[in-house]
Design a protein around this ligand. Structure first.
Ligand SMILES: [Fe+2]
Ligand SMILES: [Fe+2]
Length: 176
């Protein structure tokens, strides 16, 4: 069974939400775990998740629209949205790095404010991606097999480069 990139991205979005919620509960208590997780999450988001979207998901969506043949105008919204989503990835990386590298020096109230901002941007951003995929899916139905296969191959490569063990650990670690 071929990996479905849309499902995989969705699973990663759910996982990111779980980790963010857990971290939020650590903020006023176990800050050691909080800082451990901010680094794991930041690494996952930048080097795996955003990369997967920039290099595989977004190009797949654009090819899917082309193959679906609704004319250029039908997709103007998405074509404008993708560059904005890519710009969000840079912002998310910057905010995450600031907390990961300098967060220990922040006043607790500043740390909590910065983290809430980081968390909100990630969750809203992921939601926008889900809505966009839903919209394309409504117009175009299923992703063509050939595109799915190409995306699955590239996904495997990117996960391998990130480190399959690290990926599995992030996706499965117990949040207690
Ligand atoms: Fe994204
Ligand atoms: Fe995402």
């Amino acid at each position: 069974m071929e990996l479905d990139l849309r499902e995989e991205i969705h699973r990663q979005h759910l996982r990111m939400r779980e980790v963010l919620e857990f971290m939020s509960s650590m903020l006023n208590g176990d800050t050691q775990t909080f800082f451990l997780l901010i680094n794991l999450l930041g690494d996952f988001v930048v080097r795996l998740h955003s990369r997967l979207e920039d290099e595989v998901m977004f190009p797949m969506l654009l090819s899917w629209e082309d193959a679906c043949g609704q004319g250029v105008h039908a997709w103007e919204g998405e074509r404008k949205l993708i560059p904005r989503l890519k710009a969000d990835h840079k912002l998310i990386e910057t905010l995450g790095n600031a907390i990961g590298l300098r967060g220990k020096e922040f006043e607790p109230s500043i740390l909590s404010k910065r983290f809430r901002q980081y968390s909100k941007i990630i969750l809203e951003h992921n939601q926008n991606e889900e809505v966009m995929v839903e919209r394309i899916s409504k117009k175009c139905g299923e992703v063509p097999q050939k595109l799915m296969a190409v995306a699955a191959g590239r996904t495997k490569q990117i996960v391998d480069e990130f480190g399959r063990d690290k990926y599995e650990e992030f996706m499965r670690m117990q949040l207690l």
